[in-house]
Design a protein around this ligand. Structure first.
Ligand SMILES: [Zn+2]
Ligand SMILES: [Zn+2]
Length: 245
């Protein structure tokens, strides 16, 4: 019996019968739950970020080679490097919003697989500790889970035990940042994050994880707090990167 339980293919077959797999983006039925769960049309449109990009913040360039962007040259960020898997566009946007607001967890195993295929994965050094950007306790209560924690676990399964969801604390409840420019975001987030008293980061390599990199203000403020707590190096992973309009 144990042997049969370990062989979960019949369980998968049963699950497919009752919950037929669907494309995470367009919800068209799939013939079998082969990861990642996108139909061929959506999969062909996955907006991967590929070089050339800024060697520091990971901003993609249209042509040329990797180099530092103007923003990183004039104002070097507190993190050493930041990389995102995708442009924040369809079909990733729909799949991600499903995960974030409806807790559609089918995206998580697909992410594990997609992340392992990204050429940018090699840019990260092995972290001592993975820190998801926290939600304010009020928002966490409202939503029930922190999508950055799910992303950290799904995208770095080999370092799953190094994920420290409580290392950073969000002290200030901030309204939605999406309508604000970089300067206003920075003002809004000043003092918003602190490292938990019980966490020792001195000399550690930290991988900070968030969902979407927009102006980079949130990860910059977090990276600064981590550095001030003694972190030797902070790298940033975000699922997607949106172009600031
Ligand atoms: Zn589709
Ligand atoms: Zn840059």
């Amino acid at each position: 019996m144990m042997q049969r339980l370990r062989d979960s293919s019949w369980l998968n077959a049963l699950a497919d019968l009752f919950f037929p797999p669907q494309c995470l983006a367009c919800h068209s039925p799939l013939s079998a739950s082969i990861l990642p769960l996108f139909c061929p049309a959506c999969q062909a449109q996955l907006p991967w970020i590929r070089p050339p990009l800024c060697t520091c913040c990971g901003m993609p360039f249209r042509a040329g080679g990797n180099h530092l962007c103007a923003a990183c040259l004039t104002r070097p960020p507190s993190f050493t490097l930041a990389r995102s898997l995708f442009h924040y566009e369809e079909p990733i946007r729909s799949a991600f919003l499903g995960l974030k607001f409806k807790k559609e967890l089918a995206f998580a195993p697909s992410l594990t697989m997609l992340c392992s295929h990204s050429v940018l994965r090699a840019d990260f050094s092995e972290p001592d500790c993975i820190v998801p950007v926290p939600l304010h306790p009020l928002r966490l209560r409202e939503r029930g889970f922190n999508q950055a924690v799910l992303l950290a676990r799904a995208c770095f399964p080999q370092w799953r035990r190094r994920v420290a969801p409580l290392a950073l604390v969000r002290q200030v409840y901030t309204p939605s940042q999406s309508s604000l420019d970089g300067k206003a975001r920075r003002r809004n987030l000043r003092g918003a994050f602190k490292v938990a008293d019980s966490v020792r980061l001195v000399g550690k390599k930290v991988l900070l994880v968030d969902d979407v990199f927009t102006t980079g203000t949130t990860v910059e403020v977090c990276a600064k707090a981590l550095q001030e707590a003694g972190a030797a190096r902070v790298e940033v992973f975000t699922l997607a990167r949106s172009v600031v309009g």
